[in-house]
Design a protein around this ligand. Structure first.
Ligand code: COA
Length: 282
């Protein structure tokens, strides 16, 4: 099959139990990102974003790879042969879906089942949470074939890793496994491969119990405040909460009611029961 794979077939997905399982679907090419895959991924993300039967999105890969980064042949060599316009076009297509994912309406989880290289750090960082197989391998391999880690990868290394680790990672091109990735903060946790899906499902279910308006506000806030002064963050968070109240006037009141009046749960330990809120106000 290889490069003959149709564009629509480069990404696969299923929805079950309000979890959308989206898969890079070029296992024969280690799920590297070609212009076709990038275009299709944006379509799939747009299609799933506002579906009522989707509360959490998980991004994973078919086969042995999560993603081997950008497609050196189709994304780099073939577009460069067509000139600067084609290069810029293919960059826009990749960056568009990573940006869509960074600010996605629903919480997102990267389930890193295998290889994760270079450009793969874009969607890795775009996902709100990340869980990896202990056996997975991560690397900024760009230096090994002669470019700097572009497409956001350098920025992501600085965002997620310490200065010394980011520098070492970018300059040596050495891989780290899932355990080290968790130790370095590149992912939340590393698990044996055969326990990975179970853990991700459990985390997704935890998220599904939360107020969805609050989830979107909180995930955006975590991304935004990183580059703000304390005072700017304080102000932003006031505005963000007021904006969230506009979308969800009842949820937080129900949350307070179930704790203070009904004493049916403890917010320090779990989420309030959304099913007891009148339909249409959940
Ligand atoms: N770009 C283009 N093709 C790629 C690719 C990439 N990033 N990664 C893998 N492939 C292709 C290989 O060319 C090969 O194609 P072929 O079957 O037509 O020969 C196929 O995928 C399988 O790759 P292979 O190297 O045989 O698999 P492997 O399991 O032995 O090794 C990797 C897996 C990921 C270690 C190896 O493929 C690799 O180093 N890929 C490049 C990673 C990289 O540097 N990415 C950064 C891009 S920014």
């Amino acid at each position: 099959m290889s490069t003959e794979r149709q564009e629509a077939d480069t990404v696969a997905f299923t929805v079950a139990g309000r979890i959308a399982w989206v898969r890079f679907n070029r296992p024969e090419k280690r799920n590297c990102m070609s212009p076709k895959l990038n275009r299709q991924m944006l379509r799939v993300l747009e299609q799933l974003e506002y579906r009522d039967d989707v509360g959490v999105l998980v991004l994973t890969g078919e086969g042995t790879a999560w993603s081997a980064g950008m497609d050196l042949k189709e994304y780099f060599r073939e577009t460069e042969a067509q000139g600067l316009g084609a290069v810029r076009q293919s960059q826009r297509e990749a960056y568009a879906w990573w940006r869509k994912l960074r600010w996605y309406q629903k919480p997102t989880i990267a389930m890193v089942n295998g290889w994760c290289f270079g450009g793969g750090y874009g969607p890795l960082f775009a996902c709100d949470l990340a869980f990896a197989a202990q056996e997975a391998q991560f690397g900024l391999s760009e230096i090994n074939w002669g470019i700097l880690p572009g497409g956001g990868a350098t920025k992501i290394a600085r965002e997620l890793l310490s200065y010394r680790r980011a520098m070492y990672h970018a300059l040596t091109g050495e891989t780290i496994d899932g355990r080290t990735a968790a130790d370095w903060g590149l992912v939340n946790e590393a698990l044996p491969r055969d326990e990975l899906q179970e853990r991700v499902t459990a985390v997704a279910k935890t998220l599904l119990e939360k107020n969805p308006v609050a989830l979107k506000a909180a995930k955006d806030a975590i991304r935004r405040v990183g580059e703000m002064t304390y005072d700017n963050a304080e102000d932003y968070l006031i505005r963000a909460q007021e904006a969230a109240n506009f979308f969800d006037n009842e949820g937080r009141k129900e949350g307070i009611h179930q704790f203070i009046d009904q004493k049916s749960y403890k917010p320090g330990l779990a989420a309030y029961d959304k099913s007891r809120q009148p339909p249409g106000k959940r």
